[in-house]
Design a protein around this ligand. Structure first.
Ligand SMILES: Nc1ncnc2c1ncn2[C@@H]1O[C@H](COP(=O)(O)OP(=O)(O)O)[C@@H](O)[C@H]1O
Ligand SMILES: [Mg+2]
Length: 269
């Protein structure tokens, strides 16, 4: 995930959803097609690209600590991806681990700002307010029950992220289902945003995109049709377009170029 994160409308909607789940101390479900950007949004919300490596290192402390403590305090969120066939015990141990670490970081930040540092009853792990579980379809019924129990005891807010239909699956767990506060559908890129992403890409390969130009409009239409606004498909298609141009020594991105690029990819419907 080295390329720049684009703050899309869907990301802003996700942020609002996450803030609402947190404020209501409830459980929320976020569902949407594979590749639309759910994982990226959630990691961004939790500052996870910065906090995860920092926590994993956990070595001798240094100058950059304060920055990470402040970040942990601001997000107060744990992002977690269960393994396939994860055992409920490992799941809860892992979550305990991350909750404790993020809690310690947030606590360090608070200590540095408080004149008389408080003793936190119940431990620093309680500073964590939100747990985001990605790939939530991997959770077993026991895992779901344990999470529901944690939510009840600690009033820890949770977001379960999964594929379309995951909300229907949770209907089979009345204990959990009755606690769900929000269901959020993460959608594909809108036309404006697709154009924005394409424009950036065109610039990167030294070209200008003009939606009013006939050839460009046709190329855009082909890309829209092939990717249906799916971020991952777009990210896979764009390098192939550049490749087709190069191999054929072409200057212009036409709909034929787009079609040729798409034919290289395996794109399921
Ligand atoms: N906001 C974003 N900015 C830039 N690229 C993004 C963004 N969201 C998604 N992507 C791209 O789309 C791909 C798929 O996103 P991801 O979050 O893994 O989707 P999902 O979890 O919904 O399957 C990412 O690998 C990345 O290349
Ligand atoms: Mg994902």
């Amino acid at each position: 995930m080295n390329q720049t994160f684009i703050v899309t409308k869907e990301h802003r909607r996700f942020t609002e959803f996450a803030n609402a789940v947190r404020k209501e101390r409830t459980i929320g479900i976020c569902h949407g097609d594979a590749g639309v950007g759910k994982t990226n949004s959630a990691r961004r919300y939790a500052n996870w690209d910065t906090l995860e490596p920092y926590i994993n290192e956990w070595g001798p402390r240094g100058d950059h600590d304060a920055k990470h403590y402040a970040l942990a305090n601001r997000s107060r969120t744990v992002f977690y991806t269960p393994e396939v066939l994860c055992r409920p015990k490992d799941l809860m141990n892992d979550i305990d681990h991350w909750q404790a670490k993020v809690g310690i970081c947030a606590d360090e930040h608070l200590r540095s700002t408080e004149t008389a540092p408080r003793i936190r009853a119940g431990g620093v792990a309680h500073l964590v307010e939100l747990l985001i579980i990605d790939e939530a379809e991997r959770l077993t019924p026991t895992g779901l029950e344990l999470l529901r129990d944690r939510h009840d005891r600690e009033h820890l807010s949770m977001i379960l992220i999964g594929m379309p239909g995951i909300d229907q699956r949770f209907r089979h767990y009345p204990q959990l289902y009755s606690r769900l506060g929000f269901s959020h559908h993460y959608r594909t890129l809108g036309r404006d945003e697709l154009l924005f992403v394409l424009d950036r890409h065109w610039k990167r390969i030294g070209r200008n995109l003009d939606p009013d130009d006939f050839t460009d409009a046709q190329a855009i239409a082909a890309i829209e049709r092939i990717t249906r606004g799916n971020f991952r498909l777009l990210e896979r298609l764009l390098p192939q377009i550049a490749r087709v141009l190069k191999i054929n020594e072409l200057e212009t991105i036409t709909d034929d170029v787009v079609e040729a690029a798409a034919s290289i990819l395996v794109i399921g419907n």
